[in-house]
Design a protein around this ligand. Structure first.
Ligand SMILES: NC(=O)C1=CN([C@@H]2O[C@H](COP(=O)(O)OP(=O)(O)OC[C@H]3O[C@@H](n4cnc5c(N)ncnc54)[C@H](O)[C@@H]3O)[C@@H](O)[C@H]2O)[C@H](O)CC1
Length: 490
């Protein structure tokens, strides 16, 4: 299953058009995909907007008519300004089935003459609140209609990217969404407008990834990619992780990252840290190996590691800057960069350009803005993809349904919940990803799996709790992983 934003969906359509499809053909395929969901109704009012959502409405109506259904098309606006496909399908409709709606006749329409209203006013092309007659039509239906409303692609008035309703939005009973889930549908509050969401793909060449859509990662991915531990395994085959984390000022973050790495299955974790943290570490997690962080790293300080993590309570003092620069210039194994280390990196972006190994960055949105040196983005998913592609890194952009992308393949992760918005959660995730990286998972796989496991463990804890404390989440990790691998049952 794939996810799109307005820009990504436009990009997808443009890709198909560049690869030999005609827009009329795509609309025909869209109505093929829609048809089955409407055949149980008999009398249809199809609302037609000026774009291709309206074209879908005409094309669907023509097919319903062929099945002997009663169909009337209600349209408004300037007929000279409709899309090419809209005109093409409109020209095939019988004149007496087309009703132009204006202020003079709106009150004469009895919407309850129809057992189904099909919403083909606006789809992902809507860019502001529906205006003029469109707004009036929506109000008239919402105030008077008692039957079923089925929306094509997106209910009119719902923002495709945010899932927020504009002033004047149609509340559908069901939405048949085309090609990909819309990012806005990830916000559960959109359900009030979409009703039940049914995803239908068009019978076209499989090009979701090439066109830049994001794959939605759920339990199936984790079950397929998570590996069982081997019968005769020993600690070294599960990786030696080096965590350059913590400072005397921030002592909690390194402890959480270390514990998360162990609980995710790391063989050995060496926590290279400040004096205060080295003394706290054995009390919190006796398995960990504390190493006092040197003022300046030498090349051989990084020997023998399978994965490194830098960040998590490192602080922003001069010596933290020194540590990040040393790690980025003197170490060679796969690296996870989190928290303060991202802030330090944002002032030294040239370091990222020179990396000849896998680097995973795990910013939240504020840190991402700092890395990009911008205030805001029109489309976060596209911004994430471009960043990863420009810097040849893997980006884990944390938030609801965290984004993971290497610039070529992109993902939204299904697990996680609002109870996880708690300090220390990012340190926990960084520890999990580093652990998987050290265990030999491919870097992109480690990032996706790490985010999924982190969110899933959080979901398990949230079943019985108002907030998810990182400590509780960490303790849930081995159980969650065993469940996913199928070694225990629910
Ligand atoms: N691959 C697919 O999934 C396909 C989906 N299809 C359908 O096409 C629409 C998107 O079509 P598009 O023409 O880009 O956008 P809309 O129909 O939503 O309308 C755009 C149209 O509306 C004008 N407009 C925008 N905002 C407003 C407003 N607030 N008030 C008035 N007018 C507004 C804008 O200027 C344009 O003229 C998608 O949702 C699917 O239903 C196709 O079948 C192709 C394949």
């Amino acid at each position: 299953m794939y996810i799109g934003t307005q820009d990504l969906l436009k990009q997808y359509d443009a890709y198909l058009l560049e690869h030999g499809y005609q827009i009329e053909e795509l609309v025909n395929l869209a109505s093929d995909a829609l048809l089955n969901h409407f055949t149980k109704y008999n009398r249809f009012a199809i609302l037609i907007g000026p774009g291709n959502n309206g074209a879908d409405g005409y094309s669907l109506g023509l097919k319903l008519e062929k099945l002997g259904k009663h169909v009337i098309y209600y349209y408004s606006g300037d007929i000279g300004k409709v899309s090419q496909a809209n005109r093409y399908y409109r020209d095939q409709c019988k004149e007496n089935h087309l009703i132009y709606v204006d202020e003079d006749n709106i009150n004469t329409i009895n919407w309850n003459d129809y057992d189904c209203i099909v919403d083909g006013l606006f789809g992902f092309g809507l860019n502001s609140a529906p205006r003029g007659m469109y707004k009036i039509i929506i109000e008239s239906i919402m105030n008077n209609y008692n039957g079923t409303i089925g929306a094509i692609d997106i209910p009119t008035g719902l923002d495709c990217n945010t899932g927020k309703a504009y002033d004047g939005a149609l509340k559908a009973d069901f939405t048949v969404t085309l090609t990909a889930l819309k990012q806005g549908f990830l916000d559960p509050r959109s359900l009030e407008y979409t009703g039940k969401v049914i995803l239908e793909t068009l019978a076209v060449k499989d090009c979701f990834k090439e066109a830049g859509l994001f794959e939605y990662v759920g339990e199936d991915y984790a079950k397929e990619h998570l590996r069982k531990r081997v019968y005769n395994g020993y600690k070294n085959i599960y990786g030696v992780d080096g965590l350059i984390v913590g400072s005397d000022q921030y002592t909690g973050a390194p402890l959480l990252a270390t514990k998360a790495a162990y609980y995710t299955g790391a063989g050995i974790v060496k926590t290279i840290t400040s004096e205060k943290v080295t003394s706290l570490l054995p009390l919190y997690i006796p398995e960990a190996i504390p190493v006092l962080r040197p003022q300046i790293f030498r090349y051989d300080d990084f020997d023998g590691y399978d994965a490194l993590l830098v960040g998590c309570g490192l602080g922003l003092e001069e010596r933290a800057f020194r540590a990040v620069i040393d790690i980025m210039t003197a170490s060679i194994c796969p690296l996870v960069i989190d928290a303060d280390a991202l802030t330090i990196l944002s002032r030294n972006m040239h370091l990222l350009e020179k990396q000849d190994r896998s680097v995973i960055l795990t910013p939240h949105i504020g840190e991402f803005k700092r890395l990009c040196h911008v205030e805001d983005y029109p489309d976060l998913m596209i911004a994430a993809q471009s960043f990863a592609s420009q810097y040849h890194c893997i980006l884990v952009l944390k938030g609801p349904h965290t984004i993971v992308t290497d610039g070529k393949s992109s993902y939204r992760i299904a697990s996680g919940n609002k109870a996880m918005a708690v300090g220390g959660m990012g340190d926990t995730l960084a520890g999990i990803i580093t652990s998987l990286l050290g265990q030999g998972y491919e870097p992109l796989e480690a990032a996706i799996l790490g985010v999924y496991i982190h969110g899933r463990a959080g979901d398990e804890v949230a079943k019985h709790a108002y907030t998810v404390i990182p400590e509780k989440l960490i303790e849930e990790i081995p159980h969650t992983m065993a469940l996913l691998i199928g070694e225990i049952e629910k």
